[in-house]
Ligand binder design. Structure first.
Ligand SMILES: C[S@@+](CC[C@H](N)C(=O)[O-])C[C@H]1O[C@@H](n2cnc3c(N)ncnc32)[C@H](O)[C@@H]1O
Length: 401
C-alpha cells in the first residue's frame, strides 16, 4: 500500500517531537532525556515491550490475556511503553487506509464529522484520523466529535489527552468524549440509544474477542447498520498474522451473507472492491494482508533493535465498509473501470515478466505482466487485455491506478 509521501515527510520531522512534548506534559517521561535515550528505553520501556510482543504475537487463535492493561497499576511505564512502541504504527496504518480512500476518489459527504474509536487504548486510530485531517484538510471534513470507548481508564484518559494535544493547534479542535466501559458483545457494541457516527474506527480490537467470527460479524453488522450515518464508513485494521487475518476474512464472509440477506445499505469497499467470495479463503493455509512502507522515528528504531522486532514496514489486515445507496464505483470513482484487480503478493521477476498474485471478482490467481511500472502488494491495476485460465493470467495491457 502506498501512503502519501508528504505525510511521511511531515511525520518524519514532527511526530517524535510532538510525542515527546506530550509525554512530558503528562509527566510520563523525564525532562532533558530524548525518547531515544538507550538507558531509559532499556530500563523502563523494553521489558514491557517484550511482554506485549508475547501477548500480541501469540501463535494460533487465542485472544490475549483479557486484563493485560491491569498490569499498568504495577508499573507506571506499561502504558508509556504501549504508547511509544505501538501507537505510531497503528496511527500510520489507519492513515494509510485513509490515504487509499483519498487516492481512489472517495469524498466524505458530511461537513462536520462525528468519529468513534472502539477499543481505543491510547486512541491510535483516532490519532490517525486527526493527523490525516491536519495534513489533508481538503479531504477530511472538520471533525466535530471524537468519541473514545475503552475498558481501561488510564489508557482512555491518555488517548483523550493525546487527541487534545494533536488537535490543539487546529482551528476546529474537536470535542473529545470518553466512555469508560467494557463492551459486552452480547449486548451489542454500542447501546441502542447511542447516536450515529460518520466514521467508526477499530484498530487491533476485533482480534481481542474470543467469540466466533459469525457472532462478531453479527454484532459488527448491527453496529454499522444502526450507528453509521448515511454515507458513513467503518475502517477496521487488524494484525497481519495468518490466524488473525483469516479471522477478518471470515468476518467479512459472514458480514456479506448478512448484508445480502437483509438488503442492507452496507457495502464492502476495501480492500476487495466488492462482495465476491474471498480468494484467500479458498485455500486452508492462505491469508491476505497489506503492508505500508514508512520511516521509523529514531526512538522506535532503537526500541525495535533492543526488542528484536522488525518493523521496517508495517503489515496489517483491514476492511472498509460504507453505508450508502450508491454503487461502489460511484463511491470510489477511480475504480469505475470494469476490470480492476489488486496485487495481493509482492512481485518477483520471471524472465522479462513480473509475476505476482492478483485478486478480483473472479478470485485469486497467479499473474504475469511485462511492465516497467513499479508495482507491489496492494496496488490496483485496471486490465484492458488479458489471457489465461482458472489457474493463471497473462496481462497484455493494463494500467496502474
Ligand atoms: C491492542 S489494543 C489497541 C488499542 C488501539 N486501538 C490501537 O490501535 O493501538 C486493544 C484495546 O481494546 C480494548 N478492548 C478490548 N476489548 C474491549 C472491550 N470488550 N471493551 C472495551 N475495550 C476493549 C483493550 O483494553 C485495548 O485497549
Amino acid at each position: 500500500m502506498k501512503i502519501q509521501a508528504q505525510w511521511i515527510e511531515e511525520w518524519k520531522k514532527n511526530l517524535e517531537p510532538a510525542m515527546t512534548e506530550f509525554l512530558l506534559s503528562q509527566e510520563l517521561i523525564e525532562k532533558d532525556a530524548p525518547l531515544s535515550n538507550k538507558r531509559f528505553l532499556a530500563r523502563s520501556i523494553i521489558p514491557h515491550v517484550k511482554k506485549y510482543q508475547e501477548l500480541f504475537n501469540r501463535k494460533g487463535e487465542l485472544a490475549p490475556d483479557k486484563n493485560y492493561w491491569k498490569k499498568i497499576s504495577d508499573s507506571p511505564h506499561f502504558l508509556t511503553a504501549y504508547f511509544l512502541a505501538y501507537m505510531p504504527a497503528n496511527l500510520v496504518r489507519v492513515a494509510s487506509v485513509l490515504g487509499e480512500l483519498e487516492r481512489l476518489g472517495f469524498q466524505f459527504s458530511t461537513q462536520s464529522a462525528r468519529v468513534l474509536e472502539l477499543g481505543a487504548g491510547p486512541a491510535s486510530a483516532a490519532a490517525g484520523w486527526c493527523e490525516v485531517s491536519r495534513l489533508s484538510p481538503d479531504f477530511i471534513p472538520k471533525t466535530d466529535t471524537i468519541a473514545l470507548v475503552e475498558k481501561d481508564r488510564k489508557a482512555l484518559e491518555l488517548g483523550a489527552e493525546w487527541i487534545r494535544h494533536i488537535t490543539a493547534r487546529s482551528p476546529y479542535a474537536p470535542s473529545v468524549q470518553t466512555f469508560h466501559r467494557t463492551i459486552d458483545w452480547a449486548r451489542g457494541l454500542l447501546p441502542k440509544t447511542a447516536p450515529e457516527f460518520d466514521v467508526i474506527l477499530t484498530s487491533y480490537f476485533l482480534n481481542e474477542s474470543t467469540e466466533s467470527t459469525e457472532y462478531i460479524a453479527e454484532k459488527l453488522f448491527y453496529l454499522l447498520d444502526d450507528h453509521l450515518s448515511p454515507e458513513g464508513i467503518w475502517i477496521g485494521v487488524e494484525p497481519a498474522l495468518k490466524a488473525e487475518s483469516r479471522k477478518l476474512l471470515e468476518i467479512r464472509k459472514h458480514l456479506i451473507a448478512r448484508i445480502l440477506k437483509t438488503k442492507s445499505k452496507l457495502k464492502i469497499l476495501l480492500p476487495c472492491l466488492g462482495h465476491q467470495s474471498c480468494g484467500a479463503l479458498e485455500k486452508a493455509g492462505d491469508w491476505c494482508h497489506e503492508e505500508v512502507t514508512w520511516w521509523r522515528p529514531p526512538y522506535l528504531k532503537a526500541i525495535d533493535e533492543m526488542a528484536s522486532i522488525d518493523r521496517k514496514s508495517l503489515p496489517y489486515s483491514y476492511l472498509v465498509i460504507a453505508k450508502s445507496d450508491r454503487e461502489r464505483s460511484k463511491i470510489l470513482p477511480k475504480t469505475s473501470h470494469p476490470k480492476i484487480a489488486r496485487l495481493v503478493s509482492p512481485t518477483h521477476t520471471e524472465g522479462s515478466d513480473l509475476e505476482f498474485h492478483l485478486c478480483d471478482q473472479t478470485g485469486k490467481r497467479k499473474a504475469r505482466w511485462k511492465t516497467d511500472n513499479e508495482i507491489g502488494r496492494g496496488d490496483l491495476i485496471s486490465i484492458q487485455n488479458e489471457r489465461g485460465d482458472q489457474t493463471s493470467r497473462r496481462i497484455d495491457k493494463a494500467s496502474v491506478i
